[in-house]
Write a protein that binds this ligand. Sequence first.
Ligand code: PLP
Length: 406
Amino acid sequence: MNEKDLVEIAREFGSPLYVYDAEKIISQYHRLKKAFGQIKDLRINYAVKANSNISILKLLKTQGSGLDTVSIQEVRLGLEAGFEPQEILYTPNGVSLEEIEEVSSLGVPINIDNLSILEQFGAKHPKVPVCIRINPHILAGGNAKISVGHVDSKFGISIHQMPHLMRIVDNTGMNINGIHMHTGSDILDIEVFLRASEILFDAAKNFKDLEFLDFGSGFKVPYTQGDIETDIEELGEKLTKRFMDFCDDYGRKLTLVFEPGKFLVSEAGKFLAKVNVIKQTTSTVFAGVDSGFNHLIRPMFYGSHHDITNISNPEGKPRFYSVVGYICETDTFANNRRIAEITEGDVLAFSNAGAYSFSMSSNFNSRYRPAEVMWYNGKAHIIRERETFEDLLKHQVVIDFDKIEA
Ligand SMILES: Cc1ncc(COP(=O)(O)O)c(C=O)c1O
């Protein structure tokens, strides 16, 4: 999918628009598989939260992927996409016992991340195998909001609570079939990942009937040319060896699980927005687009970087712009960015828009959520229609004040 294709797609489907390159998703999937190619029982569970469009789920299913889910709704989307319950792992945080029981009753394996629910679930369903999410107390992740394995994080069961955890397991007689961790997103240093893995291996030794170890995700993808990315191949080499040694000591071959989101879909996605207005102030040239943080919240939320190119005028003389959205709050995509000269009506393409972009979008300012398109086998396929005014009203119940008596 090149810039000319994107211009054509924008012309055909309008803007704002998400476009996903299926080939890139497939190649990332196989890159990860290859890096861990020596492990026979490798399972890659795509983290649905990154992008839950059913066509993306189905595409990954064709490659052999499983799913990592965090809500019963994501589980249902996975089932709808044709995944078997056993191909899904449910890793919720802070949800009710009832939701966990409902997911479990669908035959979907569950992962529990707190002692209270573990005890209640184990007491009621001692025969249902359960995976445990531990918190290894490692500060990893590209930013405080996406670091989830540290001491102050709400995620996982602290490794310091292992004695309590073991007492619950013994008292309920429950069967622990997996140990899981996920320390954060955008981890730069594989040594941090390997250190956390050692803690996972240590925790795993406590359980005799494990079937899998789930190392979560957090692989850093490049956001611009030359940007650092997790060296998946080096991680593959080092962790494979360590995992195999662990399995030898443990006395059984286990399945190694990863649950990548960004790694699989981030770079495959472009977000296209049209420039409504060029506004020159005393200090800045703003390019105001027909979108905002309602469609791509990551820059405002995490300070994330998205490369921006002017696909309508790629050979234009580069100038400096602040690219802003139309939302009535501070709504900045990029400050002082060098972009080929923009005129009103041009279409800008934002990179790394495949993950946590549409899935974090909203109707703020009563704007419609954009359409989504998948570029597959050299053709553009619509995979979600743009919302309409009816969608905004769909679940509203209008009170007829004239008919209500005082
Ligand atoms: C439990 C869990 N697994 C996997 C992921 C996916 O992480 P990433 O998109 O960085 O690969 C997340 C992200 O929040 C997560 O919370």
